[in-house]
Design a protein around this ligand. Structure first.
Ligand code: NDP
Length: 294
């Protein structure tokens, strides 16, 4: 970002996240051009000073840097992989903040290379309400040159900003792994609320204790990472045999109330498989090794 040229950015896709991204650029004084498939979603941004473009190609042509943030890569392809949009992107930089798989990210990276487009893939690990605040978390991967050129503008989106290297798929790899934790935890809590309610425990009565259970998890993340990297899965204090028994109680109690227990049954089945393979004295981190076996 040179001081002589004021920064300019285009945002394609104005769902809740795209609007938050564009709003943060506007608030930071960046010349911001916006476009969305369904017209009218740019109204508030335009009132705040953004330029509303009539087409995606016109929006791309307005800035050296385009950020696309739509539901997934099918949607991003529908916007980007058509003329005159692809031609307009040539010689410019594209940052894709839509979520999808690492394979889709790498495929888009190859397409961008073939069309002379600088490409960064990105993942946003926090809700739209955090954008422009210190609480936002952004991961990027892909072209180090594009990151060196546009990193300063992208940092205006706030919060933590990490470039994970030249492998375009790396941000999406972190994204799916981190969301794996998030969605399975959320499913566990939804199930716990249903099970507790069936036992006459109100959600608000359970919630403070749920926070306590949640607080046990963060130190385990690094401990397990060490276990998996060292190949040592000590079950001292909490072996898999004990975990299997605890999980079975949850399955039985749930099914006694007619509450489906498929997620816990699957987890219990996995732990039982580890025990059957002779790992009963190991800790729960052994499951990561078991799941990774091919
Ligand atoms: P959505 O995931 O619902 O995406 C909505 C946007 O996608 C709209 O701009 C919509 O356009 C566009 N879109 C959908 N299909 C198409 C298509 N075929 N062609 C063109 N545009 C299309 O909302 P968000 O803004 O919340 O999310 C955008 C991305 O950000 C997603 O990948 C999401 O996973 C990610 N994300 C979102 C977070 C959040 O808090 N919202 C948090 C972290 C990541 P239209 O208005 O025309 O329908």
């Amino acid at each position: 970002m040179s001081s002589a040229t004021p920064p300019a950015v285009t945002v394609l896709g104005l769902g809740p996240m795209g609007r938050a991204l564009a709003g943060a650029f506007v608030a930071a004084g960046v010349r911001t051009t916006v476009w969305n498939r369904t017209p009218g979603r740019d109204r508030e941004l335009v009132a705040r000073g953004a330029n509303g473009a009539a087409s995606a190609a016109e929006a791309v042509a307005a800035s050296p840097l385009t950020v696309v943030c739509v539901v997934d890569y099918d949607a991003a392809d529908a916007v980007l992989r058509q003329e005159p949009v692809t031609a307009a992107l040539k010689g410019r930089t594209l940052v894709n903040l839509s979520a999808d798989t690492p394979a889709r990210a790498r495929d888009t990276g190859r397409w961008a290379d073939e069309h002379g487009i600088g490409y960064l893939d990105g993942a946003i690990m926090t809700p739209s309400t955090t954008i422009g605040t210190p609480h936002a978390v952004f991961l990027f991967s892909g072209s180090p040159e594009a990151h060196a050129e546009h990193g300063a503008v992208l940092r205006l989106l706030g919060g933590g900003h990490t470039h994970l290297g030249a492998d375009v798929g790396r941000a999406a790899a972190y994204d799916i792994a981190l969301l794996d934790i998030f969605w399975t935890s959320m499913t566990g809590y939804a199930h716990a609320l249903a099970l507790a309610s069936a036992e006459g425990v109100a959600p608000s009565e359970l919630a403070p204790f749920a926070e306590g259970i949640g607080a046990i998890l963060p130190p385990l993340f690094r401990e397990w990472a060490e276990d998996v990297e060292s190949g040592s899965y000590s079950g001292e204090g909490n072996p898999l045999t004990s975990a299997v028994s605890s999980m079975a109680h949850i399955v039985h109690a749930s099914e006694g109330h007619g509450i489906e227990a498929g997620v816990m049954r699957a987890a219990e089945g996995l732990a039982r498989r580890a025990v059957a393979l002779g790992h009963g004295a190991d800790g729960f981190s052994r499951l990561a090794e078991l799941l990774g076996r091919r």
